[in-house]
Design a protein around this ligand. Structure first.
Ligand SMILES: C[S@@+](CC[C@H](N)C(=O)[O-])C[C@H]1O[C@@H](n2cnc3c(N)ncnc32)[C@H](O)[C@@H]1O
Length: 281
């Protein structure tokens, strides 16, 4: 048994959290998300999962682990939500959206059926930023057959994303003209909130999907964004995932990853063509 991790003082109950508890939770996290937790993440795991123990009125990690092991455990989604990092924002890494506008305009010259995937879309800011980019910067694409698939492992995130409702602060830093054109301001009880315009939602299909399980869709996609997702996976899981991405991307299709990610040593199916932008060879 390892030492118990203590909560910061004043935060309520303390739970014993042994190395064996951590190892079991780490295995479950890997099994259900593909996320690899290093030893340094023990405190993080404690802090995220102790909240679940409190919410469920449990006093021991052993009981929590047993609950997760039950075949039809309702807790699994909350367990996944507790450990995934959902940080995102509108037009995050804006150069990727400049690239998207350019690429779609280019593709549309020869093929007006375009398929895009936001893989790991979190609460939806990424696919809506894609939709704004398309309609605002490539307006002719309104008449094309163009669709965005937006998926995430976390069911709660997918539900939030599909509603398309955000607090006004989430749009801080977004151009005023874009805000006025593509978002509706809430009134009365919805004061301080915005909703995306239906033209944006109509381009997007939201779906819950674990990237490490089998994929119901076959593609082929023209462009895939999988940004700030693989950072939590080890190299062998990344290699397996990019084999799959290569399979569903058209030859010459584009793959966009996050600012601190790279595909060196992960795959030979992609060549770097820009800042964290790859082409399927
Ligand atoms: C940090 S967010 C990135 C959101 C967005 N792509 C961006 O860059 O702003 C990472 C997302 O990846 C999702 N994720 C983690 N593991 C996943 C998996 N195995 N399958 C699908 N999505 C996963 C998480 O639920 C989370 O919403």
């Amino acid at each position: 048994m390892g030492e118990a991790v203590q909560t910061p003082s004043g935060s309520g109950l303390n739970f014993d959290f042994s190395s064996a508890n951590f190892a079991q939770l780490r295995d479950l996290v890997f099994e259900h998300t593909g996320i690899s937790l290093s030893d340094e993440k023990k405190q993080l795991a404690y802090s995220r999962f102790s909240k679940r123990l409190r919410a469920l009125g449990l006093s021991r990690f052993e009981d929590y682990i047993q609950l997760l092991g039950e075949s039809d455990s309702d807790e699994l989604q909350d367990f996944i939500s507790a450990i995934t990092t959902n940080f995102t924002s509108f037009f995050r890494e804006s150069h990727h959206f400049d690239f998207l506008a350019q690429e779609v305009a280019h593709l549309g010259k020869t093929n007006k059926r375009i398929r895009i995937w936001s893989a790991g879309c979190s609460s939806g800011e990424e696919p809506y930023s894609m939709a704004v980019t398309l309609l605002d910067r490539v307006p002719e694409c309104r008449n094309w057959d163009i669709k965005i698939l937006a998926s995430d492992l976390d069911r709660k995130m997918v539900e939030t994303a599909s509603k398309g409702v955000y607090s006004l602060e989430r749009l801080n830093g977004v151009d005023e003209r874009i805000k006025k054109t593509w978002f509706m301001k809430g009134r009365g009880a919805n004061q301080g909130m915005v909703k995306v315009k239906p033209e944006l939602s109509s381009l997007i299909e939201f779906r819950q999907l674990n990237l490490l399980h089998s994929w119901p869709m076959k593609g082929p996609f023209d462009i895939i964004f999988c940004r700030n997702v693989i950072i939590y996976f080890d190299k062998s899981v990344q290699a397996q995932l990019f084999k799959q991405f290569a399979r569903v991307l058209k030859p010459g299709g584009k793959m966009v990853i996050g600012h601190s990610e790279n595909l060196a040593g992960v795959t030979n199916d992609f060549k770097l063509i820009g800042r964290t932008i790859y082409e399927r060879v």
